[in-house]
Design a protein around this ligand. Structure first.
Ligand code: GLN
Length: 263
């Protein structure tokens, strides 16, 4: 009888612990705009990229599962501040204006605003855009820092026109078809778009240098937890290895090496 009781107790305990194990891991919803390679883009039906992988690693460390919601860049801050999303990673630049609406994590990457033109474009440096009488039509992604800078430096200064697109891809398509003269966009997506579309180049001169960070609703407890996990993953090299996986810093040299090795 005692043995039977012990067995029953054992079975009951196993059932309880199985139940605990089966309990679902809580999920954090991340807002992004998956038209921003190599930070976030579609590989088939899946959103991949630097932000997607860093988010997955950080969430795992925080004890959460990750769900990524794709939306217009323009909707991200509202989604986060209203609680529709728990946080956002979208190659988002830390700005004073955005800090009024959301809290930012520590920065995990540097971004550069770059200019994409057709290979035969008369625009050869960033300064050409601000030259007296320039009058170029500049494409940007709506609500990005590229939009903010060019609106003030070019449109409001009476030096040209700014056309706003919902995402980088549509801006680049307008450039390809000659509707606009250039696209001001972050450097890494700029390089990805140039690689994917014939006849385009990125100007060597930079428009601006910026910090990327994740953002959270104001006063969210998640920000500190995220920063702690991010610091650990920076320390152990995980973050750098994710960035290196998507950004080939050795460029030409490494490509040549790769070719030589393949021969
Ligand atoms: N870094 C730019 C910004 O934050 C663009 C980001 C994006 O288009 N995903 O405004």
């Amino acid at each position: 009888m005692k043995k039977l009781m012990a067995l029953l107790v054992c079975i009951a305990m196993m059932a309880v612990s199985l139940g605990v194990l089966a309990e679902e891991t809580p999920t954090l919803v991340m807002a992004t705009n998956a038209s921003f390679p190599p930070y976030e883009y579609y590989d088939g039906d899946t959103i991949v990229g630097i932000d997607a992988e860093i988010a997955a690693a950080v969430c795992e460390k925080m004890g959460y599962a990750l769900q990524i919601d794709d939306m217009e860049f323009d909707s991200i801050i509202a989604a986060v501040s209203s609680g529709k999303a728990d946080f956002a990673m979208a190659g988002m630049t830390v700005t004073e204006e955005r800090k009024q609406m959301v809290d930012f994590s520590d920065s995990y990457a540097t971004g550069i605003q770059a200019v994409v033109v057709k290979e035969d474009s008369p625009i050869t440096t960033v300064d050409d855009l601000f030259a007296e009488g320039a009058n170029y039509t500049v494409g940007v992604q709506i609500s990005t820092t590229g939009d903010i800078y060019t609106t003030s430096d070019i449109e409001e200064a009476g030096l040209g026109t700014v056309q706003r697109f919902p995402n980088g891809n549509e801006a680049v398509m307008a450039l390809m078809s000659g509707k606009i003269d250039c696209v001001v966009i972050d450097n890494e997506p700029a390089k990805a778009y140039v690689a994917a579309n014939e006849g385009l180049k990125v100007l060597e001169t930079e428009y601006a240098v910026e910090d990327y960070a994740a953002c959270f609703a104001k006063d969210s407890e998640l920000t500190a937890q995220f920063n702690a996990a991010l610091a650990e993953l920076t320390e152990d090299g995980t973050i750098q290895s994710i960035i290196d996986k998507y950004i080939n810093t050795g460029d030409a040299a490494e490509a040549t090496d790769g070719e030589a090795a393949a021969e």
